[in-house]
Design a protein around this ligand. Sequence first.
Ligand code: PDD
Length: 291
Amino acid sequence: MIYLNGDFMPIEEARVPVLDRGFIFGDGVYEVIPVYSRKAFRLAEHLLRLQHSLDGIRLQNPHSDSEWSNLLEQIIAGNEHDDQYVYLHVTRGVARRDHAFPKGVVPTVFIMSNPLLAPPAELLAAGVAAITANDNRWLRCDIKAISLLPNVLLRQMAVDAGAMETVLLREGFMTEGAASNIFVAKNGVLLAPPKNHLMLPGITYDVVLELAAAEKIPYEVRAISEYEVRTAQELLLTSSTKEIMPITRLDGKPVGEGKPGAMFALLYRLYQRYKHNVMRGNLPVSSPDVS
Ligand code: PDD
């Protein structure tokens, strides 16, 4: 069951007019929210980032947080899996094709859900391969825009090379992955690139840094050079659908010892513990900064 512009329906029945600006221009933003045991994880943070993206494209939020939360609850209840990832998407609506914003047009709102499958144990045990590429995206990567053509092309480069992700480098520094955030570990220190217009401020990224702070794992948030990426002892990728995964090969060469390291093992364990505590109601769903 999906939601489209006020109605719930099976996905096969959902129709969007061809003049929707999402279809014509990619003029919209989206969120991907993980749902564990039918509870949306870090919902307040995802809705805050949605607001940031909408502000970034100058589109009024069509719903209040409580309306979003209600719609999501209905979508979660209407889909069969306990663990899901909800995709929500807002476009500037349907109008005659003209680059300039149309007046008086109602945004298109679409929500769907898919089963959320944890990464297979073999992948976590062996780690995944990644390649590097030049980050040729625009300068507002902090907006979660539906116009993802550069990300699509960059991630396909990884797939074509038999790898899982593309680590992006811009002017000698690492920004993020084509569809994930990237961390480096070196000499027991976790390195994270600073949140700015060159990367998506990941919700999972925040959780990882909060866990590092709470557990007194040394970490630094600062620009990470290409050299540091290439000489990393560990590389980790994070996203709402992949949680935390170890990258053990980069451009065909082993990362560190070529197997998941101690930083991954620790953060993975902490992340799973945190997630289960939140879902059992032992910890608040959102971070103290947001709730
Ligand atoms: N993408 N950076 C990019 C470019 C991403 O597309 C994503 C996630 C992230 C990680 O953000 P978060 O931890 O909030 O999921 C970073 C989602 C999962 C997607 O497009 O499907």
